[in-house]
Design a protein around this ligand. Structure first.
Ligand SMILES: *Cc1c(COP(=O)(O)O)cnc(C)c1O
Length: 354
């Protein structure tokens, strides 16, 4: 029997997502997955696991909508990370071999990969090179486009598309949904579009507990959207997407005291970023540091492959960029002060031995 003949062609030909953990590496400074260097420890309040968990935890829904600042818990879906959210949206709305999604590279890789797996065509528009929202025929390209993904702040560049651009897109869309991936929104104040969900039924927001909340290991994310959209997504989500311990710990993380701690960590990381940029500027083979509002910096090096290897060999793991748009760039997570210091010292040494 030839298994290759049984498997779907989308899967046969797929180049899978290279998650940071899959790539591996050895060392004590991990700056390749935009994780938080800080953490809290938790005690499980529920220690029996013979029963299935709640499909959608009421406690999490209530606490998360309080955290968002408005009572919109009927418009939230809890998912197994924002990655599951991306997949759910594509499977709910896009017809294989017919519909398209749009995204704006360089950006987060999973929009493309999830679409490929589902047999959805991608349409790629590069607004970073030609900021062309405001030209009339921009929206004419949207025939058969069901979903537009905008990562805001954008991963891996760290920039944030203006609020005016988002509003302009929302007001001009017709039979297309706009998804704003706000995985890093906690790192910048007053930029979230979550409360606009009430006003625009074509707007969908993605959130995660993996980044500012420092819970990447748990796997929990959210979709915030119009009630009807949430109802359709709920039809196809797995029966029990979150395990009992995950529900328990996410609930604890969303109590007021822990939300305050989350913001304390954000302030710390944002100040580390400023220091880190300042120090990177003093390294003569750093050509450009992209402006970033998030917990990572995209850095353009003179010989990025060598730098990547050199850091790797020294136990400092960062993320080199394979995309054609970002040749010679490395994305570095802003870690603790000590981690920032360690990488700067190594880079300065390289400067010296070169
Ligand atoms: C990390 C990340 C995600 C995935 O978040 P999970 O909740 O861990 O699945 C989604 N979007 C962007 C832009 C990310 O950087």
């Amino acid at each position: 029997m030839d298994i290759k003949k049984l498997v779907r062609s989308e899967v046969l030909n797929l180049i899978p997502y290279e998650s940071a953990r899959k790539i591996g590496g050895m060392g004590d400074v991990w700056l390749n997955a935009n994780e938080s260097p800080y953490y809290l420890t938790f005690n499980l309040s529920n220690k029996k696991f013979n029963r299935y968990p709640e499909p959608q935890s009421k406690t999490i829904l209530l606490n998360y909508s309080k955290y968002l600042g408005h009572n919109i818990n009927s418009k939230i879906l809890i998912t197994r990370g924002a990655d599951e959210a991306i997949d759910l949206l594509i499977r709910t709305f896009c017809i294989p071999n017919k519909d398209m999604i749009i995204y704006f590279p360089p950006t987060y890789g999973m929009y493309h990969i999830s679409a490929l797996i589902s047999g959805i065509k991608n349409k790629i528009i590069n607004i970073y090179k030609n900021n062309n929202f405001y030209v009339d025929n921009f929206f004419k390209q949207f025939k058969n486009v069901k979903l537009i993904f905008i990562c805001r702040p954008n991963n891996p560049t760290g920039d944030i598309i203006s609020q005016e651009s988002i509003i302009y897109i929302l007001q001009n869309l017709n039979n297309t949904l706009l998804i704003i991936d706000e995985a890093y929104i906690e790192f910048i104040l007053n930029e979230s579009f979550v409360l606009y969900v009430k006003k625009y039924i074509n707007l969908i927001i993605l959130r995660t507990m993996s980044k500012a909340f420092a819970l990447a290991g748990l796997r929990c994310g959210f979709i915030i959207a119009d009630k009807l959209i949430i109802q359709f997504l709920s039809k196809i989500i797995a029966p029990y997407p979150l395990s009992t311990p995950v529900i328990d710990i996410v609930s604890q993380s969303l109590i007021k005291k822990n939300v305050v701690l989350m913001y304390t960590r954000v302030i710390e990381i944002n100040s580390n970023r400023i220091w880190f940029i300042y120090m990177l500027r003093s390294i003569n083979y750093v050509i450009k540091i992209f402006d970033s509002v998030a917990n990572y910096l995209l850095v353009y090096f003179e010989f990025s492959e060598k730098i990547f290897r050199y850091l790797w060999d020294n136990g400092i793991i960062v993320r080199n960029q394979k995309s054609n748009y970002l040749k010679n760039c490395i994305r570095i997570t802003v870690g603790s002060k000590l981690e920032c210091l360690k990488i700067i010292m190594k880079l300065k040494e390289y400067n010296f031995i070169k």
